[in-house]
Write a protein that binds this ligand. Structure first.
Ligand code: SAH
Length: 252
């Protein structure tokens, strides 16, 4: 099977990284895990070996169906889904997962995380392209700051738990990777509110311009600042102002 670049097919070959993913994410018999892009099933097998209660996989490449079906034939807890994970309706996953563990392609990273945060999943361990990982954890006043980083901070936190060399994959990608852990602990449901995502996207639409330019009067006391300057608390403050009736601290 020829690996497809457009599907971001860089398969993990480094046993130490695999062991790290397992020890860090601690899958147990109490967990239902969602793995996006199982590929040839390296991580899938390792998760099954931990005895997870349930493992859903979502894979786009139909060529992988025979080998993944072989694996599922011997593992009752493995539930295969062949679909585009960005379009897939997670609400149909039964039982519903509590952890997402995945090595996901660069081009779908942002939409996929954005979408996942709309569901009540509290833990993520994701292998991402290093540059993207750095954007996810970028603090205010940096040019790497972007809407998804703010959105995650509003709900919990993201951290880089390990840098991973491009040599850990076959074929080796052109850039290095990093394992990012995301823990969600507050503001559940905020991502389902389109006014929150609109606020962030419109605010960041023209990064070099002030928020007055991007948001008009909604920018209020932050009119002269730029999107990348605002702290997460200041974004939530702006959001509170456009949602005076709906927003109650911690209640979302
Ligand atoms: N987890 C495996 C494979 C990683 S490569 C490993 O670590 O070895 C990325 C995988 O994601 C490939 O199997 C690719 O086919 C799959 N993929 C790419 N785009 C996808 C999408 N939109 N939805 C689901 N899977 C996708």
């Amino acid at each position: 099977m020829k690996p497809l670049k457009r599907y971001g097919q860089n398969f993990l070959i480094d046993k130490n990284i695999l062991a790290f993913i397992i020890s860090r994410s601690r899958p147990s018999f109490q967990d239902c895990v969602l793995e996006i892009g199982p590929g040839h099933g390296v991580l899938t097998r390792a998760l099954l070996a931990e005895g997870v209660a349930c493992l859903h996989t979502i894979e786009l490449d139909e060529r992988l169906r025979p080998e993944l079906e072989d694996l599922a034939a011997n593992n009752d807890s493995l539930k295969l889904h062949f679909a585009d994970a960005v379009r897939f309706d997670y609400a149909t996953l039964d039982p519903f997962p509590d952890k997402v563990i995945a090595n996901i392609p660069y081009n779908i990273t942002t939409p996929l995380i954005w979408k996942s945060l709309q569901y009540p999943i509290k833990y993520y361990l994701l292998m991402l392209q290093k540059e993207l990982a750095l954007r996810l954890i970028a603090p205010p006043d940096t040019k790497e700051r972007y809407p998804l980083g703010v959105a995650i901070e509003a709900m919990g936190h993201a951290s880089i738990v390990k840098r991973v060399s491009r040599k850990s994959f076959r074929p080796a990608p052109e850039v290095d990777s990093a394992l990012v852990e995301i823990v969600i602990e507050k503001n559940f449901g905020i991502m389902k509110d389109s006014s929150w995502s609109e606020l962030l996207h419109k605010g960041f639409a023209h990064r070099r311009k002030t928020l007055r330019n991007n948001l008009g009067e909604v920018a209020g006391i932050y009119s002269d600042k730029r999107a990348e300057d605002l702290t997460c608390e200041q974004w939530l403050d702006l959001y509170k102002n456009i949602k005076p009736l709906l927003y109650v601290e911690g209640a979302l």
